[in-house]
Design a protein around this ligand. Sequence first.
Ligand code: GRF
Length: 201
Amino acid sequence: YRIAVFASGQGSNFQNLLDASRTGDLDAEIVLLVCDKPQAFVVERARRAGVECYLFNPKSYARREDYEAEIAAELEKRGVDLVVLAGYMRLLTSVLVEPYAGRMINIHPSLLPAFPGKDAIGQAWEYGVKVTGVTVHLVDGGMDTGAVIAQTAVDITPDDTLDSLEAKIHDAEQRLYPQVVSWFATNQVRLEGRKVTILSE
Ligand code: GRF
Protein backbone atom coordinates (compact mmCIF):
# COMPACT_ATOMS: atom_id res chain seq x y z
CA TYR A 1 0.00 0.00 0.00
CA ARG A 2 1.60 3.22 -1.19
CA ILE A 3 1.11 6.55 0.52
CA ALA A 4 2.28 10.09 -0.18
CA VAL A 5 2.58 12.56 2.70
CA PHE A 6 2.06 16.29 2.15
CA ALA A 7 3.62 18.51 4.81
CA SER A 8 4.82 22.09 5.22
CA GLY A 9 6.50 22.15 8.63
CA GLN A 10 8.14 20.18 11.41
CA GLY A 11 6.98 16.79 10.21
CA SER A 12 6.43 15.03 13.52
CA ASN A 13 3.45 13.21 11.99
CA PHE A 14 5.50 12.38 8.90
CA GLN A 15 8.23 10.93 11.13
CA ASN A 16 5.74 8.95 13.18
CA LEU A 17 4.15 7.40 10.08
CA LEU A 18 7.58 6.66 8.65
CA ASP A 19 8.69 4.96 11.87
CA ALA A 20 5.48 2.91 12.02
CA SER A 21 5.96 1.87 8.42
CA ARG A 22 9.61 0.88 8.91
CA THR A 23 8.99 -1.14 12.06
CA GLY A 24 6.15 -2.96 10.34
CA ASP A 25 3.50 -1.57 12.71
CA LEU A 26 1.94 0.04 9.66
CA ASP A 27 1.65 -2.04 6.52
CA ALA A 28 2.17 0.86 4.12
CA GLU A 29 5.13 2.53 2.48
CA ILE A 30 5.71 6.29 2.22
CA VAL A 31 6.76 6.63 -1.42
CA LEU A 32 6.81 10.43 -1.60
CA LEU A 33 6.93 13.57 0.51
CA VAL A 34 5.29 16.60 -1.12
CA CYS A 35 6.38 19.90 0.42
CA ASP A 36 5.73 23.53 -0.49
CA LYS A 37 8.50 24.84 1.79
CA PRO A 38 11.94 23.60 0.76
CA GLN A 39 13.42 24.89 4.07
CA ALA A 40 10.99 22.96 6.27
CA PHE A 41 12.45 20.47 8.73
CA VAL A 42 10.22 17.73 7.31
CA VAL A 43 12.40 17.79 4.16
CA GLU A 44 15.47 17.07 6.27
CA ARG A 45 13.66 14.15 7.90
CA ALA A 46 12.77 12.72 4.47
CA ARG A 47 16.34 13.11 3.20
CA ARG A 48 17.78 11.35 6.25
CA ALA A 49 15.36 8.49 5.71
CA GLY A 50 15.87 8.30 1.94
CA VAL A 51 12.26 9.15 1.13
CA GLU A 52 11.81 10.85 -2.24
CA CYS A 53 10.70 14.49 -2.10
CA TYR A 54 8.71 16.60 -4.50
CA LEU A 55 9.47 20.20 -3.55
CA PHE A 56 7.88 23.22 -5.12
CA ASN A 57 7.53 26.94 -4.56
CA PRO A 58 3.88 28.03 -4.97
CA LYS A 59 5.05 31.55 -5.84
CA SER A 60 6.59 30.29 -9.08
CA TYR A 61 3.17 29.36 -10.42
CA ALA A 62 0.36 31.61 -11.61
CA ARG A 63 -2.39 29.36 -10.26
CA ARG A 64 -2.79 26.65 -7.62
CA GLU A 65 -4.12 24.34 -10.33
CA ASP A 66 -0.77 24.55 -12.15
CA TYR A 67 1.39 23.15 -9.36
CA GLU A 68 -1.32 20.70 -8.35
CA ALA A 69 -1.32 19.24 -11.87
CA GLU A 70 2.41 18.57 -11.47
CA ILE A 71 1.84 16.98 -8.07
CA ALA A 72 -0.99 14.85 -9.51
CA ALA A 73 1.41 13.55 -12.17
CA GLU A 74 4.00 12.64 -9.50
CA LEU A 75 1.38 10.75 -7.49
CA GLU A 76 0.11 8.97 -10.58
CA LYS A 77 3.61 7.97 -11.63
CA ARG A 78 4.19 6.28 -8.27
CA GLY A 79 0.80 4.58 -8.04
CA VAL A 80 -0.10 6.33 -4.79
CA ASP A 81 -3.12 4.72 -3.08
CA LEU A 82 -3.66 7.28 -0.31
CA VAL A 83 -2.68 10.92 0.12
CA VAL A 84 -1.99 11.84 3.75
CA LEU A 85 -1.89 15.52 4.66
CA ALA A 86 0.17 16.15 7.79
CA GLY A 87 0.50 19.86 8.48
CA TYR A 88 0.17 20.82 4.81
CA MET A 89 -0.84 24.46 5.11
CA ARG A 90 -2.65 24.93 1.79
CA LEU A 91 -6.14 24.41 0.47
CA LEU A 92 -6.51 22.06 -2.47
CA THR A 93 -8.38 22.50 -5.74
CA SER A 94 -10.40 19.95 -7.68
CA VAL A 95 -7.23 19.05 -9.63
CA LEU A 96 -6.16 16.96 -6.61
CA VAL A 97 -9.42 16.64 -4.68
CA GLU A 98 -11.38 14.93 -7.47
CA PRO A 99 -8.96 12.17 -8.48
CA TYR A 100 -8.28 11.38 -4.79
CA ALA A 101 -11.86 11.71 -3.51
CA GLY A 102 -12.20 9.24 -0.63
CA ARG A 103 -8.44 8.60 -0.75
CA MET A 104 -7.10 11.83 0.72
CA ILE A 105 -7.06 12.50 4.48
CA ASN A 106 -6.02 15.27 6.84
CA ILE A 107 -5.35 15.48 10.57
CA HIS A 108 -6.54 18.52 12.47
CA PRO A 109 -5.79 19.34 16.13
CA SER A 110 -9.36 19.95 17.38
CA LEU A 111 -12.70 18.18 17.51
CA LEU A 112 -14.14 19.47 14.23
CA PRO A 113 -16.32 21.31 13.45
CA ALA A 114 -14.98 23.32 16.42
CA PHE A 115 -11.89 25.42 15.75
CA PRO A 116 -11.10 24.87 12.07
CA GLY A 117 -8.22 26.69 10.42
CA LYS A 118 -4.90 27.81 11.84
CA ASP A 119 -3.83 27.52 15.48
CA ALA A 120 -6.69 25.24 16.52
CA ILE A 121 -4.98 24.36 19.80
CA GLY A 122 -4.56 28.04 20.69
CA GLN A 123 -8.17 28.75 19.69
CA ALA A 124 -9.45 25.97 21.99
CA TRP A 125 -7.19 27.16 24.81
CA GLU A 126 -8.37 30.76 24.52
CA TYR A 127 -12.01 29.70 24.28
CA GLY A 128 -11.67 27.80 27.55
CA VAL A 129 -13.23 24.50 26.45
CA LYS A 130 -12.81 21.54 28.81
CA VAL A 131 -12.55 18.94 26.06
CA THR A 132 -10.80 19.26 22.72
CA GLY A 133 -8.97 16.69 20.64
CA VAL A 134 -7.90 15.48 17.23
CA THR A 135 -9.87 14.78 14.04
CA VAL A 136 -8.91 12.80 10.96
CA HIS A 137 -11.15 13.65 8.03
CA LEU A 138 -11.44 13.27 4.29
CA VAL A 139 -10.22 16.23 2.28
CA ASP A 140 -12.54 18.32 0.15
CA GLY A 141 -11.98 21.81 -1.23
CA GLY A 142 -12.86 23.53 2.05
CA MET A 143 -10.89 24.36 5.17
CA ASP A 144 -11.15 21.29 7.46
CA THR A 145 -14.68 20.55 6.20
CA GLY A 146 -14.50 16.97 4.84
CA ALA A 147 -16.30 13.95 6.30
CA VAL A 148 -15.01 12.84 9.71
CA ILE A 149 -13.25 9.46 9.84
CA ALA A 150 -12.08 9.35 13.46
CA GLN A 151 -11.74 11.59 16.50
CA THR A 152 -9.91 11.38 19.82
CA ALA A 153 -11.00 13.55 22.74
CA VAL A 154 -8.39 15.24 24.93
CA ASP A 155 -9.37 16.72 28.31
CA ILE A 156 -8.12 20.15 29.31
CA THR A 157 -7.46 19.87 33.04
CA PRO A 158 -6.81 22.62 35.62
CA ASP A 159 -3.08 21.88 35.69
CA ASP A 160 -2.71 22.24 31.89
CA THR A 161 -0.79 25.03 30.20
CA LEU A 162 -0.90 25.76 26.48
CA ASP A 163 2.37 23.81 26.19
CA SER A 164 1.10 20.76 28.05
CA LEU A 165 -2.10 20.81 25.99
CA GLU A 166 -0.05 20.91 22.78
CA ALA A 167 1.94 17.92 24.00
CA LYS A 168 -1.23 15.95 24.78
CA ILE A 169 -2.73 16.78 21.38
CA HIS A 170 0.44 15.73 19.57
CA ASP A 171 0.48 12.43 21.49
CA ALA A 172 -3.12 11.82 20.46
CA GLU A 173 -2.22 12.60 16.83
CA GLN A 174 0.63 10.12 16.88
CA ARG A 175 -1.65 7.35 18.08
CA LEU A 176 -4.57 8.15 15.79
CA TYR A 177 -2.99 8.82 12.40
CA PRO A 178 -1.18 5.48 11.87
CA GLN A 179 -4.35 3.71 13.02
CA VAL A 180 -6.47 5.49 10.41
CA VAL A 181 -3.90 4.93 7.65
CA SER A 182 -3.86 1.23 8.50
CA TRP A 183 -7.68 1.10 8.21
CA PHE A 184 -7.32 2.40 4.67
CA ALA A 185 -4.44 0.04 3.89
CA THR A 186 -6.53 -2.94 4.98
CA ASN A 187 -9.61 -1.69 3.13
CA GLN A 188 -11.79 -1.26 6.21
CA VAL A 189 -13.16 2.20 5.44
CA ARG A 190 -16.64 2.51 3.93
CA LEU A 191 -17.97 5.87 2.75
CA GLU A 192 -21.59 6.89 2.34
CA GLY A 193 -21.75 10.63 1.87
CA ARG A 194 -20.60 12.15 5.16
CA LYS A 195 -21.07 8.86 7.02
CA VAL A 196 -17.81 6.98 7.36
CA THR A 197 -17.84 3.46 8.80
CA ILE A 198 -14.84 1.43 9.91
CA LEU A 199 -15.55 -2.28 9.49
CA SER A 200 -13.31 -3.43 12.35
CA GLU A 201 -14.77 -0.98 14.89
C1 GRF B 1 -0.35 18.98 13.49
O1 GRF B 1 -0.77 19.52 14.71
C2 GRF B 1 -1.52 18.69 12.61
O2 GRF B 1 -2.66 18.33 13.32
C3 GRF B 1 -1.76 20.01 11.95
O3 GRF B 1 -0.47 20.52 11.71
C4 GRF B 1 0.42 19.99 12.68
C5 GRF B 1 1.59 19.40 11.95
O4 GRF B 1 2.64 19.09 12.81
N1 GRF B 1 -2.57 19.84 10.76
P1 GRF B 1 3.87 18.25 12.24
O5 GRF B 1 4.44 19.02 11.05
O6 GRF B 1 3.39 16.89 11.85
O7 GRF B 1 4.88 18.21 13.36
